[in-house]
Design a protein around this ligand. Structure first.
Ligand code: F3S
Length: 391
């Protein structure tokens, strides 16, 4: 692989042993995927943050590399296994919290921004159209590629960290123009609405395609709806990019081959994933992390009522601060709704906290919560969740 003088210096250890190891990892990755060179990245988003996922080996690795390495580009971390300030309030075990904070401290020592979110684009890290980036979390990756028109592969935790430290990533995959063209056209002939509706649509789509880059016609969601749509596509398929007529910014050649998804397909998808529920241990919202507008919509739907079951809404620290300033955090807490920042239920230790059942409006959360925490999970629209569980 061709390396610039600066990249060679990194590989030769002129910036220290840790930078050398990270550059070596990227070169190996580039060799595997046939990259001819590196490309400079504008930012990194680093996964593998939750102590639940990485355990002691991951923690020790991060503490070791943090003694020497510093990030070269703006970098955010993916959600952790707990709210970094309010973990006690939600019953996170002390030992977990102590280790989780060590992970976060190691990353911040390296210069990673001290905010853990899967929606960095709602918290000040907004890549430009065509900018090369190295992001790891699958919903953030598909949003950045599709809605923002930035360019990233679906990085793993170590490769995103290596990109943050070196400011480089191998130039292959979705960094290359020719690999970003759609391969299949999907005509959606049905009205789709809300995070739940877009989750069902994404589920129906991934029954038909798993990896091909789709070009959608008839899909026109709000940014928040597209956020949930992309997250669910990435969760059920291995998708990292889609194009949608009138929504996404890239100029592409529309494929001739088309699949149609109409009311019938959506009904069938819904029959497979929808189940009745009357009570749950927890309502889980904010997957991907909620925006200010989504939280306000929840408050409108409640219309003075309170939830019978505890509700956790995940969001970034930045979004939470805005809501706090408007007095909405307190208002929601009076209605049994906690706004939690920096965390995600999928990587929280729910299994040891005794949570056995949950309902969510996100297809991605519905997919992963049972697998990672053994929680019986239901999928429903926000409107219905409020109707069933608020009084
Ligand atoms: Fe974000 Fe966790 Fe969902 S990382 S996209 S809240 S599964």
């Amino acid at each position: 692989m061709y390396l610039t003088r600066e990249e060679e210096k990194m590989l030769d250890g002129e910036y220290g042993e840790t930078v050398r190891r990270f550059m070596e990892l990227l070169v190996k990755l580039g060799d595997i995927y046939g990259a001819e060179r590196m490309v400079e990245v504008g930012s990194a988003q680093i996964a593998g943050i939750s102590y639940k996922n990485i355990g002691d080996p991951g923690l020790e690795f991060l503490e070791e590399v943090s003694r020497e390495a510093r990030v070269r580009v703006p970098a955010f971390m993916n959600p952790a296994g707990m709210d970094l300030s309010r973990w006690k309030e939600i019953g996170i075990p002390e030992e977990f919290a102590e280790k989780q904070m060590r992970v976060v401290r190691a990353l911040t020592r390296m210069g990673v921004f001290p905010a853990a979110t899967c929606t960095p684009y709602l918290s000040g890290l907004l890549p430009r159209f065509g900018e090369h980036i190295a992001w790891a979390e699958s919903s953030a990756v598909i949003y950045a590629n599709s809605i923002l028109g930035a360019r990233t592969n679906r990085e793993g935790g170590p490769s995103a960290l290596a990109a943050a430290v070196t400011g480089r990533t191998p130039y292959y995959g979705l960094h290359l123009e020719e690999n970003r063209q759609p391969q299949v056209r999907i005509d959606v002939e049905a009205k789709v609405k809300g995070e739940y509706g877009f989750s069902v649509l994404a589920y129906a789509v991934t029954k038909q395609i798993k990896k091909e880059i789709p070009y959608f016609r008839g899909v026109r969601g709000s940014p928040d709806e597209m956020k949930t749509f992309g997250a669910t596509l990435a969760a059920y398929g291995a998708l990292a990019l889609y194009h949608a007529e009138g929504v996404t910014p890239e100029q592409v050649k529309v494929p001739r081959e088309g699949i149609e998804i109409g009311e019938k397909e959506l009904r069938e998808a819904e029959e497979e994933i929808r189940e009745e529920y009357s009570d749950v241990d927890l309502v889980v919202l904010g997957c991907p992390h909620f925006s200010v507008a989504q939280v306000k919509r929840l408050l409108d739907l409640l219309n003075g009522r309170s939830f019978r079951a505890p509700v956790w809404v995940f969001l970034s620290y930045g979004v939470r601060s805005i809501l706090e300033r408007e007095g909405l955090v307190r208002e929601l807490e009076e209605r049994n709704v906690k706004l939690l920042s920096d965390m995600c239920a999928v990587v929280a230790p729910l299994d040891v906290m005794g949570i056995k059942s949950a309902v969510t409006n996100s297809g991605k959360m519905y997919r992963y919560l049972p697998a990672t925490n053994g929680v019986k999970t239901y999928l429903d629209s926000l409107e219905n969740i409020v109707e069933v569980l608020a009084e």
